[in-house]
Design a protein around this ligand. Structure first.
Ligand SMILES: Nc1ncnc2c1ncn2[C@@H]1O[C@H](COP(=O)(O)OP(=O)(O)OP(=O)(O)O)[C@@H](O)[C@H]1O
Ligand SMILES: Nc1nc2c(c(=O)[nH]1)N[C@H]1C(S)=C(S)[C@@H](COP(=O)(O)O)O[C@H]1N2
Length: 177
């Protein structure tokens, strides 16, 4: 059997980290991934409070640990504690602004405040890191909008291979020539 791709979900939320509310983002993201990915996959969920240093440190550790893909939810907005984009930039080797553009475009069809999210995607070594808004309902909207490009991006980075259910997401891998 193929080596499972390793995916980490990092929920960034002060209140979920303190246990003040039940985290719905992490389970929502995991359910989305399990419904879409048909190849072997290991999914781990983590929760950290908002904050540039803490989020960056956790991202470095997850990359070091061999994650192929990291989904980060929360902390992308304009509030002072929203520092996820700064943390992601701190650990980035490369940025892929098209992810943020497309996720915002899809979210703007639902809420005008989607424009407030500074969500983006970066890579560090062979790991792709995608940031998503914290609102649990935003997670599916954003993943639906961009995930078709994720498997090929992981191929190009040298990360683990992911196959998807074409009825949900048709992964696009350009043919050679
Ligand atoms: N992990 C989560 N689980 C459940 N609901 C969430 C989660 N993250 C965000 N939300 C909901 O979406 C709203 C907007 O998310 P945002 O990330 O801006 O939260 P926030 O107001 O900064 O608070 P916190 O960091 O404590 O989650 C929150 O007020 C909350 O109702
Ligand atoms: N699809 C979708 N995108 C969305 C939202 C939403 O409700 N649905 N909320 C917006 C709002 S109100 C904010 S402030 C930003 C940032 O959210 P975050 O700080 O939780 O990352 O995401 C935006 N993107």
């Amino acid at each position: 059997m193929a080596t499972p791709a390793r995916i980490a979900i990092l929920v960034v939320s002060d209140r979920a980290a303190r246990g003040e509310y039940e985290d719905k983002g992490g389970p929502g993201a995991e359910a989305w991934l399990r419904a879409v990915i048909t190849s072997p996959v290991e999914i781990a969920r983590h929760i950290v409070p908002d904050g540039r240093e803490g989020v960056a440190a956790r991202l470095r550790a997850l990359v070091e640990d061999g994650a192929d893909l990291i989904l980060v939810t929360g902390g992308t907005g304009p509030a002072p504690r929203d520092q996820t984009p700064e943390a992601v930039t701190d650990v980035a080797h490369r940025e892929y602004p098209g992810f943020g553009e497309e996720m915002r475009r899809a979210s703007l069809r639902e809420v005008p405040t989607a424009i407030l999210s500074r969500q983006t995607a970066v890579s560090r070594d062979a790991t792709l890191i995608i940031t998503l808004p914290g609102k649990p309902s935003a997670i599916a909207t954003c993943l639906d909008a961009v995930f078709a490009a994720v498997p090929y991006c992981l191929d190009l980075l040298g990360a683990g291979r992911i196959e998807t259910d074409p009825a949900r997401i048709r992964a696009f891998r350009p043919k050679a020539g």
